[in-house]
Design a protein around this ligand. Sequence first.
Ligand SMILES: Cc1cc2nc3c(=O)[nH]c(=O)nc-3n(C[C@H](O)[C@H](O)[C@H](O)COP(=O)(O)OP(=O)(O)OC[C@H]3O[C@@H](n4cnc5c(N)ncnc54)[C@H](O)[C@@H]3O)c2cc1C
Length: 296
Amino acid sequence: MRFIRDIYSEARAAGRPAISFEFFTPKTDEGEQRFFEQVMPALAALRPDYCSVTYGAGGSTQSRTFSMVDRIQREFGIPCMAHLTCVGATREAIRTLLRDARERGIRNILALRGDPPEGADGFTPVEGGFRYAAELVDVIRELGDFGIGVAGFPEGHLENREGRLADWGHLRAKIERGADFVLTQIFFDNRFFHEFRAHLNGALQVRVPLVPGIIPILSAGQIERFTALCGATIPAALARRLEALKDDNAAAAAFGVEFATEQCVDLLRAGVPGLHFYTLNKVASTQAILAKLGLS
Ligand SMILES: Cc1cc2nc3c(=O)[nH]c(=O)nc-3n(C[C@H](O)[C@H](O)[C@H](O)COP(=O)(O)OP(=O)(O)OC[C@H]3O[C@@H](n4cnc5c(N)ncnc54)[C@H](O)[C@@H]3O)c2cc1C
């Protein structure tokens, strides 16, 4: 399977954005079966350039990440990236996981620190583990032969008390240590992304693809939960709209398609290298957005 950095280079040479879909790992075998019977075939038909599968905070969903990535690559022929976090893992455990990934033909890893467990006061590495995602990037590079993506935060990372410029400096460190591209956290005001990109490309001289993460709004409640977790700002006008739609999920999802499409049109006009869709393992919204953009 191809390196994702090559996918971005080829898309750029062809003058088009690379389209990627992110999936989360279902909690049960039945959920995974449903995903492979219903969700994946419908989204594969949209011919994404690549997909990615999240790595759960703990327990059984972690082992699903590699097996789902493997199946997506083998059964659908689509390059797929495994997310990997530092949560609860020693360096040795990560090396073992990466050898397993390589044996399964997984060539691309999204190197993440992961979130602290709910209620915990900050992130505590295990003994022999990693404090920051940058250290995970080092180990992946050391083993060689992997493409590496990292997370970027257009509003700055939630935990960073020194402000977003300091956070973006830490992002540059991940790139200097070997990351090939950046996928961003969700945002609902494109100005955050434009400022992020201007600073990274300008003052920080970053040249790797900076790819916006797009989430289709499905319901008011869903966006409330997500933004509480990741700290993304909901602009006042959007908050008012979501409040008005809070009892009508179908109308909220239809509005979500319009909202995300407008975001994407503006981002594409600004020349982004790709669009990374947080599909939430749902078909309809991502399908509708791509159709409206003329990209399906
Ligand atoms: C596209 C995307 C996909 C994701 N997928 C998953 C997933 O599958 N599973 C999951 O559990 N989570 C996932 N996350 C969430 C991610 O794990 C969290 O946001 C996490 O809190 C930060 O991860 P990071 O890799 O950015 O960490 P880091 O880059 O390590 O940064 C964490 C914090 O430390 C600070 N920092 C970094 N280096 C230094 C330094 N040298 N000195 C001082 N401070 C420093 C940063 O500014 C930041 O505040 C995803 C996020 C994104 C954007």
